[in-house]
Design a protein around this ligand. Structure first.
Ligand code: GDP
Ligand code: IMO
Ligand code: MG
Length: 421
C-alpha cells in the first residue's frame, strides 16, 4: 500500500495538479483533502487541458475513486460547471464526503466585501470564492455540511437558526440578503445533481489503505507559505495545505502516509498580498512571467515572479517532512544566462538562512547565489542523462536546499514531459 501526499512547497501553483494527474494514472483513490475552488490545478493529458478548481485531478483515471474530502469546502455550482467540461464517462467515481462544508452564496459575497474593506497594504488578495467566510463558519460551528442537503427538514431548521445572523452581516456591507426558501431551493437543486455522490468516504479510504497493493494519492491545495498556521499570516488561506493538514483531514493517519512529495517550481511565484522576499521587479521577473505563462488559473491575475527561495524551501521541507521533491517548470529557465537562488535573508544587516515570521519576511532582503544557465531546450528531455550538465547541477542544488532526494523533474506541462529519478 502506498499513500502519496502531494504538497505545495511554496506559495501555491507549483504544478501539483500535473503531478497528481501523473501519479493518479494507476491510483485507486485520489483525495482533494482541503481548500475549495480557490484552487486552479492545471492538467494537460489525452483528454485536453483543464484548470480544475474543486474536482480532484484524479478524475481522469476512470478506475480511481476521486474524493472531495472532509477538510474541503465545496461550491456545488462550481463543481457542476467544471464537470460539464470533463467527459461524462469520467464523472462516475466522484464522491463528496458528508462532512465537507458547503460554500453558500453569502460566503462569496462576504469574502469580496471583507477584502474591499481592507486597506491597500492589508489586502490578502483572496480569490473571492468564499473560502475564508466558509471556514470561519466551520470553526464557529455554524457551517453547513454536504450531508445536510440530504435532510431537508434538518437543513431548514439549521438555516432558520443561522441566516438572521448572516443577513445582518450582509446588511452591514450593504449586500443582498437571502431567505431560507431561496437557499432551500438552491440546496434542493444541488441534492438533485450531487445527492447520490455525497457519502461517508471513510469506508472507501479504509478499504483502500487495508489493501496491500493499493495506491492512494492525496492532492493538496495551495502551498505552505499560505498555510493558516505556517504561512505568511494574515496573507494566508483559511486551511492547512501542509502534510500535517493532509493527515488530519484525509482520514489517513500520519503513520500510513508512505511518501510526502513537495512540489516546487524551479523558481518562485505568488498570487495575492504579503511578503515575497525573492520577488523580481526587473526584466528577469517579466521574462519568468511571460515564458512561464504565470497568470492565475482561477482569477487570471498576473503572478508575482521571483527566483527560487531556498530559505523558504528549507523551512517547507522541515515543516512538511518531505521524503522527496518534484521540481517543475525547469524548461522555463532554458534561455537564462544566469539563474539565481535566494540562499539567505539579510534582515537589518544580519544574514540568516532561517525563515522568520511574516514581519521578519517583510524586512528581509534576498542574498543571491548565481548559477550558470544551460541555454538549451530541455522540453524534450525524458531521462536524467538528457538534461544538460548545468541543469543537473541546478536540480542537485535544489535537492540539497530541500534536504531530500528529487523524485521528478518536469520540463513541460504535458503528462509525459517528466523525468523520473
Ligand atoms: P497547481 O495549482 O499547483 O496545480 O499549479 P497551476 O496549474 O496553478 O500552475 C502551474 C502551471 O504551470 C500550469 O499552467 C501548468 O500547465 C504549467 N506547468 C506545470 N508543469 C510545467 C512544466 O514543467 N513546464 C511548463 N512550461 N509548464 C508547466
Ligand atoms: P492552488 O491550489 C495560488 C491565495 C490568494 C490569496 C490567499 C488567500 O492552485 O495552488 P483565499 O481565496 O484562499 O482566501 O485566498 O491565497 N491563493 C492561491 N494562490 N494558488 C492557489 O491555489 C491559491 N488559493 C488561494 O491569492 O493571496
Ligand atoms: Mg494553481
Amino acid at each position: 500500500m502506498s499513500v502519496i501526499s502531494i504538497i505545495g512547497a511554496q506559495w501555491g501553483d507549483e504544478g501539483k495538479g500535473r503531478i497528481v494527474d501523473y501519479l493518479a494514472t494507476d491510483a485507486d483513490v485520489v483525495i482533494r483533502y482541503q481548500g475549495g475552488d480557490n484552487a486552479g490545478h492545471t492538467v494537460v493529458n489525452e483528454y485536453g487541458k483543464f484548470a480544475l478548481h474543486i474536482v480532484p485531478s484524479g478524475i481522469f483515471n476512470p478506475k480511481a475513486i476521486s474524493i472531495v474530502g472532509v477538510g474541503a469546502v465545496v461550491n456545488f455550482d462550481t463543481m457542476q460547471g467544471e464537470l460539464a467540461g470533463i467527459p461524462a464517462e469520467l464523472h462516475r467515481n466522484l464522491r463528496i464526503d458528508v462532512r465537507a462544508h458547503l460554500i453558500m452564496p453569502y460566503h462569496c459575497l462576504l469574502d469580496g466585501a471583507e477584502e474591499a474593506r481592507r486597506s491597500a497594504h492589508d489586502k490578502i488578495g483572496t480569490t473571492k470564492r468564499g473560502i475564508g467566510p466558509c471556514y470561519s463558519d466551520k470553526a464557529a460551528r455554524e457551517g453547513i455540511r454536504a450531508g445536510e442537503i440530504l435532510d431537508p427538514e434538518g437543513l431548514r431548521a439549521h438555516l432558520e437558526k443561522i441566516l438572521p445572523k448572516k443577513n445582518r452581516e450582509l446588511e452591514y456591507y450593504g449586500l443582498q440578503q437571502f431567505t431560507v426558501d431561496e437557499l432551500m431551493d438552491k440546496c434542493a437543486y444541488w441534492a438533485k445533481i450531487f445527492g447520490s455522490r455525497i457519502v461517508d468516504t471513510i469506508p472507501i479510504v479504509r478499504e483502500a489503505t487495508a489493501c496491500k497493493d493499493s495506491k492512494v494519492v492525496l492532492e493538496g491545495q495551495l502551498g505552505i507559505m499560505r498555510d493558516l498556521d505556517w504561512g505568511i499570516y494574515p496573507y494566508t488561506t483559511s486551511s492547512n495545505p501542509t502534510s500535517g493538514g493532509a493527515a488530519n483531514v484525509s482520514g489517513i493517519a500520519p503513520n500510513r502516509i508512505t511518501d510526502i512529495i513537495g512540489v516546487t517550481k524551479a523558481y518562485s511565484t505568488s498570487v495575492g498580498g504579503g511578503p515575497f522576499v525573492a520577488e523580481l521587479f526587473d526584466d528577469d521577473g517579466k521574462k519568468l512571467r511571460e515564458i512561464g505563462a504565470e497568470y492565475g488559473a482561477t482569477t487570471g491575475r498576473p503572478r508575482r515572479c521571483g527566483w527560487l527561495d531556498a530559505v523558504a524551501l528549507d523551512y517547507s521541507s522541515y515543516i512538511n517532512g518531505f521524503t522527496s521533491i518534484a521540481v517543475t517548470k525547469m524548461d522555463v529557465l532554458d534561455t537564462f544566462d544566469e539563474i539565481k537562488v535566494c540562499e539567505a535573508y539579510d534582515i537589518d544587516g544580519k544574514i540568516t538562512r532561517y525563515l522568520p515570521d511574516t514581519k521578519g519576511q517583510e524586512k528581509a532582503k534576498p542574498v543571491w547565489k548565481v548559477f550558470k544557465g544551460w541555454k538549451c531546450d530541455t522540453t524534450g528531455c525524458r531521462k536524467w542523462e538528457d538534461l544538460p550538465k548545468e541543469a543537473q547541477e541546478y536540480v542537485k542544488a535544489i535537492g540539497e536546499y530541500a534536504h531530500c532526494p528529487v523524485s521528478y523533474v518536469s520540463v513541460g506541462p504535458e503528462r509525459e514531459q517528466i523525468i523520473i529519478l
